[in-house]
Design a protein around this ligand. Structure first.
Ligand SMILES: *Cc1c(COP(=O)(O)O)cnc(C)c1O
Length: 234
């Protein structure tokens, strides 16, 4: 499908292709199976035409941060077989919309929201895939729960009927050196292994630190800027 209405081709296809190549190179370099890391395209604040451009290039997983914006895009893109991931902060009054309109949530951080999501997930849909967001770099980040509180929430998610626990997510504080970046990501991986339920997903790595994340075993990198360029202002 062509990008609509005179929107110039923005190079999304070429950037997606070179990112996929780079990801395969990193996987091989670190002794991992090639294509064991999924690419989630983070489309927040980017227009629907850009999403269509990525979709036409074969991209199927998209992440959004704001419920209203995401629902409007989903309506416009109803003809596309997109798997939608919610990666923004969850306001509890929006949890029913999230439970109905997304396949994955990366940012669960409370028991209250876990119960609401499960209760609001329509029974005819598959259970909502859940990643618990961990505040891995301590005081420097405000989002996610502390590592010490994670096992209890993992247990709850595993028991709720309309949720499916898949693993952990983190958005660490910006670190300059690759060594610092890797430190945070390896801490998340070790935490996931120590949880009381099996996991298959580590959502870690953004445009500026995905190489370190893949080195430490990320199975899903969340890339916005690297695919779509700088985000337009609101
Ligand atoms: C915006 C966002 C991203 C993407 O960030 P980029 O630097 O544009 O790649 C990834 N994860 C989360 C949680 C985000 O909010």
């Amino acid at each position: 499908m062509e990008p609509g209405n005179g929107t110039p081709d923005s190079g999304v296809k070429e950037r997606l292709q070179s990112l996929q190549n780079r990801m395969c190179g990193l996987e091989a370099e670190h002794g991992r199976d090639v294509r064991s890391t999924h690419l989630l395209a983070v489309s927040k604040r980017h227009p629907v035409d850009r999403i269509r451009e990525a979709y036409a290039a074969g991209q199927r997983l998209f992440g959004e941060n704001f419920v209203q914006e995401a629902l409007a895009k989903q309506r416009e893109l109803g003809d596309c077989a997109i798997e939608w991931h919610f990666i923004g902060a969850i306001q509890s009054n929006k949890s029913a919309d999230i439970a109905r309109h997304f396949s994955w949530v990366h940012t669960l951080a409370s028991a209250k929201v876990a119960r609401r999501l499960s209760a609001a997930r329509p029974p005819e849909l598959a259970p909502l895939n859940i990643l618990i967001q961990i505040n891995i770099s301590g005081e420097s980040s405000k989002q996610g729960i502390e590592a010490a509180d994670a096992p209890e929430l993992v247990r709850l998610v595993s028991q709720l009927p309309q949720l499916r626990y898949r693993g952990l997510m983190t958005l660490p504080a910006l670190a300059e050196s690759e060594a610092e970046q890797r430190h945070a990501f390896s801490a998340l991986r070790e935490l996931a292994i120590a949880m009381p339920a099996p996991f298959d997903t580590l959502s870690m790595g953004t445009s500026h630190d995905y190489a370190a994340a893949i080195a430490e075993g990320s199975t899903m990198v969340r890339l916005g800027t690297a695919i779509f360029g700088p985000r337009p202002m609101k």
